[in-house]
Design a protein around this ligand. Sequence first.
Ligand SMILES: [Zn+2]
Ligand SMILES: [Zn+2]
Length: 642
Amino acid sequence: MICNFPIPHPGEILHSVFARYNDRMHYRAVRAASRDLFGYEKLVRPIFPNGLENLVANLPPKPNYTVTSLINDHTLLPFYEPFLPRGRVSLIRNAMATDDETPISTLLGLRNRILPTKCNCFCPCCIKDDREQFGECYWHRVHQLPGVEVCPSHNVYLQYCTLYANEATHAYEYVSAEKAISRLKNDPIGIKNSQYNDFLKIACDALWLLQNHDVTVDLSSVQKRLLILLAEKGFATFRGNLYTNKLLQSFRQFYPTNFLEQLHCELYETTHRNWLANLPHGKENVYGPTRHLLLIYFLGYRIETFLNLPIDQKPFGDGPWPCLNPVCNNYYKRCIQECEVIYLPAYGRYPRGRFSCECGFTYSRIGPDHTEKDQFRASKFKLYGPLWEQKLREIWKDPTINISQAAHILGVGQKVFKDQAKKLGLIVIRSLRRDVPVQKVEDSRTYVVRITDPVLLEKNRTIWLAEQVKTANISVKELKSKVPKIHRWLYSHDREWLLSNSPKPFRQGTSGPKPLQVLDQRDTQFATEVRSSALSIIHTHGSPTRLTKASISNCINQKSMILRNLDRLPLTAQTLTEFSETPEMFAIRRVQWLVGCYQQEGVCPTRGQFLSRGNLRSVQARWVSVKNAIDDALRHLNTIMA
Ligand SMILES: [Zn+2]
Ligand SMILES: [Zn+2]
């Protein structure tokens, strides 16, 4: 048993402990130390030692050294482990425990040039501190790691023990830091050049990896997280296919070439040879931890936050998911336990989720979801189911409900309503009942908001713009006739975009736009007319009308001329915008009007009466401001009538 074995210092690499033992024993023979430590003469392996079982057997019982504790606390292996396949980790640990002579570099699957071979890096500040604290300095394991150029404790660049490294050291000799670093060079360098911060990040994360050894992390879990992030950032599909060229291009812009070369992480011109294109894939694709760290930083994470990310891709979050069938008892309740995620090339890189309720209603949504609200949206209704169809039949028979109301109750558009009715063989009878008088549908439920298929949206927008580029000065009418389907689709799904991305209409019967100054003079006049028109709408007695560009200009003589030339009538346009109301503003004005009405009538309404008279039931749920205004109004009425 060895009695004089030095207690390892914090973060000390095992080789350094052996070397201090050697110094302590004052051995003359170079091989004597290894004979003591391992029971036989063996070659020195400064970075990944082997034969640790023999060593532990020779050590005193206290403190309780184990092979695992020595590997975890005093070798570089914890830095590599998260980026290795699980099976290989146990092979390496086994090789370090026994006398297995296979070089660890072979087991790691890493090329020698990115693996350190000896202990020769140090931080001058650590050396000073260690000598003060422990009376001697030692080799820190974090300083020996590839990619670590800065001391994470002192933020200064590391120094290399060149003098010593150049001398041919004996293959059986342990060299202590005290012996190797006799004299410190110059002052420590803390220059903050452009790459300093990146070097510091790598050093701090390397230290974190050494100190936070986590057995649950392995290469496949790291790759899974990387692929999720790459997909979220648009560098891969959610199915896991990389957009290699895009990724390489952005990565090259992110890191300077010389920085990548310095870390042995340079990228080649040909795509298939690049480590970056292969790193997130393949069970056996082993790359150095530095490369993983660089990609993790590129994706906006540090190692600690990265390893806390979930491994499973859940583009639709955690279930259960709601049923979106308005006639189902579970409407808006989270009752669907399963979500089928489909990746089809037609959806580009987006996943599509399919949700089926027990009532038979099935909808799909293009993901991923970004907020919890997204869970109440559908891109498409796939199946309506017997319950929904039964309700359609019932409504069909009811002569007091017109098509628009019926579609509203069933949560679909009128076209879908008619198509489904046709499928159920109902269309002929119903078409006779179109002129049924409108009756109010008492239903305050919020309805499903459909989200537009982003892939189709992008495609149709591109076609619409491309057609305009093809033919110069094309009119909207010609354009419509060329791509009628695209126009119809954009008109119903993306109207605002369509209007602002269509050719400006020509004026008929004139050879060009009117001279600017003529309009200039009339701009002021129109603006005044607009203002008085808006004010007259506001001051009209009776139920209020919403102020819109159309309603305001309705009372003006040259309505169509003004609306057509708004881009050349800045003052008029500005006045119109100033007076136009959003549905929310209009709702608040209705509340104020109602207060006046009730005050005049001397009646204190119930909330229900107030809501239905002002048609405020659905809007109060949509906007908090409206709800607050209603609350205030009712409180006010209550106070004055009391
Ligand atoms: Zn230091
Ligand atoms: Zn349902």
